[in-house]
Design a protein. Structure first.
Ligand code: NAD
Length: 341
């Protein structure tokens, strides 16, 4: 696909039509196309992880700063001999056409001391200019929002796009959940992938660590510690909560931005979507009464497949956790009320 320019037509059966060195080719729909809007730290690192993973065959990069997008494209393309063929190019919104997924990582990021909520007005205005353009050229894709505050901007994207709820998702607390699992893995000396734990609610200051669901091999975390002697069971939950919640602040203070782990989280979500995995991920999506919350997009364990959100899972969390989750959702609803949508 490297030198192959895709023409954004589909035939009657949904097959793509290509032009390759002047000749027309008809190909069965076996390519995955992803567009990334916003090629800053997060967008460009996401493009890199997608490229290295070999999951997609076409990546379009769009940014208001054309030089930035072009520079990232050049840098990525120079790595082409080391990865599976993928067509990476700088595009305009017209090039969104035919994308399976459009990832939105455009907008302001947190500066040291800023909260994610501080970005809401600025980034909502940016989304008002971006979303209609994407929808114009790609009305059947899945929109994956990464820009902060991600839960609120997922809601904003749903309203601005008019897309069905299943096709508008936010990266949500997939990253926070990874941070929580990493900390528990460090404490227990067990592979991170065997730590089952979820962070729910806002990707931000009101997020909730659901200790009631946390387990290793089906055993609650503290019981696992007691049984194996591999870890202390009287660990400080507040300290762990604080470490997860303040991780982004600490990283931003030290290096200015966070992007590696979130890009891997984006890759994981894209993989679940493109491979129709029915994976459980704490993405952000529109709630309609689940956990006693409605008319808000929030991060909770969700089955993710090729349709986007297959099902929001209502898990049996403790009464305290439920109350904190509702508080988190309601605090976002208050912010949403202040937006002119
Ligand atoms: P960045 O400043 O490096 O990049 C933002 C990019 O958006 C820039 O290249 C800018 O030119 C572009 N942009 C701005 N307005 C645009 C417009 N109207 N159209 C197209 N492009 C536009 O920021 P970053 O560090 O890459 O962060 C991007 C966003 O991702 C921020 O909101 C940040 O808070 C968020 N983020 C989210 C998570 C998460 O877990 N959801 C994690 C880290 C960062």
């Amino acid at each position: 696909m490297g030198r192959c320019k895709m023409i954004n037509y589909k035939d009657f059966w949904g097959n793509y039509i290509y032009v390759f060195t002047g000749r027309w080719y008809f190909m069965k729909k076996n390519i995955n196309k992803v567009t990334i809007v916003g090629t800053g730290f997060v967008g460009s690192t996401s493009a890199y992880t997608l490229m290295v993973n070999g999951l997609v065959s076409e990546i379009v990069l769009i940014d208001a700063n054309i030089d930035k997008a072009e520079g990232e494209v050049m840098d990525l393309n120079h790595g082409m001999p080391f990865v599976r063929p993928v067509n990476v190019y700088r595009g305009t919104y017209e090039d969104c056409a035919g994308s399976d997924i459009v990832i939105i990582a455009a907008g302001a990021n947190q500066k040291p001391g800023e909260t994610r909520i501080d970005l809401v007005k600025k980034n909502t205005e940016i989304f008002k200019s971006i979303i209609p353009q994407i929808v114009k050229f790609c009305s059947d894709c899945i929109l994956l929002v990464v820009t902060n505050p991600v839960d609120i901007l997922t809601y904003v994207t749903l309203k601005l796009s008019g897309f069905p709820q299943n096709r508008v998702i936010g990266s949500g607390t997939v990253l926070d959940t990874a941070r929580f699992r990493y900390i528990l893995a460090e404490k227990s000396g067990v592979d991170t992938r065997n730590i089952h734990a979820y962070v729910l609610g806002e990707h931000g200051d009101t997020e909730v660590l659901t200790w009631s669901l946390t387990n290793i091999a089906g055993i609650p975390f503290n019981k696992f510690c007691n049984r194996t002697g591999k870890c202390q069971s009287d660990f400080d939950k507040e300290l762990i909560h604080n470490d997860v919640k303040s991780a982004a602040y600490k990283i931003i203070e030290k290096k200015g931005a966070t992007y590696f782990a979130v890009a891997l989280a984006v890759l994981r979500i894209v993989e679940a979507l493109l491979r129709d995995e029915s994976s459980i991920l704490t993405v952000s999506s529109f709630l309609e009464g689940q956990y006693g919350l409605s008319d808000v997009s929030l991060s909770v364990p969700t089955l993710v497949d090729a349709h986007g959100v297959e099902m929001v899972l209502e898990l049996p969390i403790s009464a305290d956790e439920l109350s904190l989750l509702q508080k988190s959702g309601n605090s976002l609803k208050e912010v949403i009320k202040t937006l002119d949508l």
